[in-house]
Write a new protein. Structure first.
Length: 380
């Protein structure tokens, strides 16, 4: 496969024998922003619109005349099946926790099955899917075998496909263009489905192969439609479910030349509106260059910025003068002298207390001796 980048100004148009017939300009829609988040959101909601309403019977799980036994019988108050002589009698009924009871929140046919998606979101998702189909890395990441494909996007000349009427001829055309490996991958992928879908008319599962997009319906539809894995779609009715199956970008697309050339008029460009969709143009990103470091360091940006601020000393925490002596001295210089006088006064008071205590102890000892002598004189 060619290693040329996908975002090229010209795309080659190939004949049935893989020779180049001409070149056409790449449409602007193939250069649109690739937004997997929008694609997955739109795919999730659009896919719900094909669901068929279903639900359980209105009286399912409640086709018995069960009543609760009430309290006082040492059993729960769930309704119980009446009668006797069988295992069923006395069993709990109706509740979603009971065997044979109804389900919790029985599914109804009048629930909200479908989802509305805005036109802008649907168009943005399709543009992203088309742009992803033109990136070889994304196509290969999705699992397609395109090693022998001459170029992505693959455009086939009109005269090579318009006259196709047989499936054999369509298969040989795809093989000559290098898509034989992808068709082989599809055939080998067929396997039995896991789960109950086997009983619901979807017994087998199979991978998806190329998507053939044409401009006008002709015999080529009958030629391609019976090849396993090959889908067809008109360029005016592009479908996200076909362009990004499962919400996964990178479907391998085979374009007819007239369909490829019509993309510009269908989706327009970033400079001109579409001629077929009123007031619409291809979405484009607000940021054209995502190399932010290069933008910030460019001369144009740096010349418009102010000079770098020099380092300023960090402001210290404000000290509490009631707890911090240095802050209090700054506010009241006499604080040190006052504290010194207070300490001296406290020391004098302490010495005075000690002297008084010594004098009191001497008096007490003298009195104690006198009292002892007096007591002995009384006892003698």
């Amino acid at each position: 496969m060619s290693t040329t980048a996908a975002a090229r100004p010209l795309v080659q148009v190939f004949n049935a024998d893989k020779t180049v017939k001409t070149q056409v300009a790449i449409p602007s829609v193939l250069l649109a922003p690739i937004r997997p988040d929008i694609v997955q959101f739109v795919h999730t909601n659009v896919r719900k619109n094909r669901r068929q309403a279903h639900g359980v019977a209105l009286n399912a799980g409640e086709q018995t005349s069960a009543e609760s036994w009430g309290t006082g019988r040492a059993v729960s108050r769930i309704p119980r099946v009446p009668g006797g002589g069988t295992h069923r009698s006395g069993q709990g009924a109706f509740g979603n926790m009971c065997r044979g009871g109804r389900m919790y929140a029985p599914k109804k046919t009048w629930r909200k099955w479908h989802r509305k998606v805005s036109v802008d979101q649907r168009r943005y998702a399709i543009c992203s899917a088309l742009a992803a189909s033109a990136v070889p890395a994304l196509v290969m990441a999705r699992g397609h075998k395109i090693d022998d494909v001459p170029e992505v996007p693959l455009v086939v000349a009109n005269d090579a496909v318009n006259n196709l009427a047989k499936t054999k001829a369509a298969a040989s055309l795809l093989a000559s263009l290098g898509a034989a490996a992808d068709l082989t991958r599809v055939r080998k992928s067929k396997h039995l489905r896991a789960g109950k879908g086997k009983m619901r008319n979807r017994r087998y599962q199979q991978a998806l192969g190329p998507l053939v997009i044409y401009n006008e319906k002709s015999t080529l539809v009958r030629a391609f439609r019976n090849i396993p894995g090959v889908d067809l779609c008109c360029v005016t009715r592009l479908n996200l479910l076909s362009l990004a199956p499962g919400g996964h970008l990178g479907r391998f697309v085979v374009w007819t030349q007239d369909a490829f050339e019509r993309l510009e008029s269908l989706y327009g460009s970033t400079a001109a509106n579409s001629s077929e969709k009123k007031g619409y143009h291809v979405p484009h990103s607000c940021v054209t260059n995502t190399d932010l470091s290069r933008i910030i360091n460019s001369i144009e940006i740096q010349s418009a910025l102010r000079a770098k601020k020099k380092g300023t000393p960090a402001a210290g925490l404000k000290a509490n003068p009631l707890k911090n002596l240095a802050a209090r001295v700054k506010l009241d210089p006499y604080t040190v002298q006052r504290r010194r006088l207070a300490l001296l006064q406290a020391a004098k008071a302490k010495d005075s207390r000690i002297e008084k205590l010594r004098a009191a102890r001497k008096t007490h000892n003298r009195t104690k001796k006198i009292n002892k002598a007096f007591k002995e004189s009384l006892l003698s």
